[in-house]
Write a protein of this length. Structure first.
Length: 136
């Protein structure tokens, strides 16, 4: 595939954000899937979001964060999560919240967040299950 490391295709081609976004948009147009959802893992989330924001016809966007060190990329993911919640999206998925997204839970769930904390306390009064993750 063009742009992959050591790819024999397009020698001398500069791999940058614009190229990746253009390729993703062109791929969506050519394949014309019925209900596409763009998914990006870590920095791929930046490419997926940029593709979507430049007009790619997709039903949604999923950002999967594997970054752990604070820096511009992790801050970008955090800003994107805040905006996603403002637009009715969610900040977590099947693998839970963890330490990276707990700060968005109150914003996303409002008063329901306190109910979640109470339910967790009923089920796990000693705080042994996933200690220090969501309810810090």
């Amino acid at each position: 595939m063009r742009g992959q490391a050591d790819s024999p295709f397009s020698p001398g081609l500069k791999l940058d954000m614009n190229l990746i976004v253009e390729d993703a948009s062109r791929l969506l147009t050519e394949l014309n899937p019925l209900r596409p959802i763009l998914v990006g893992l870590s920095i791929g989330g930046l490419f997926a979001a940029t593709t979507w924001l430049t007009g790619a016809d997709a039903m949604g966007l999923v950002l999967i964060n594997t970054l752990r060190k604070d820096g511009p990329r992790l801050r970008w993911i955090g800003d994107a999560l805040v905006r996603a919640v403002e637009l009715g999206g969610t900040c977590t998925g099947e693998h839970g919240v963890g330490i990276g997204k707990h700060k968005f839970m109150l914003q996303e769930h409002g008063e329901g967040f306190e109910l979640m904390r109470q339910i967790k306390t009923l089920i796990d009064p000693k705080g042994l299950m996933n200690p220090g993750k969501i309810f810090m």
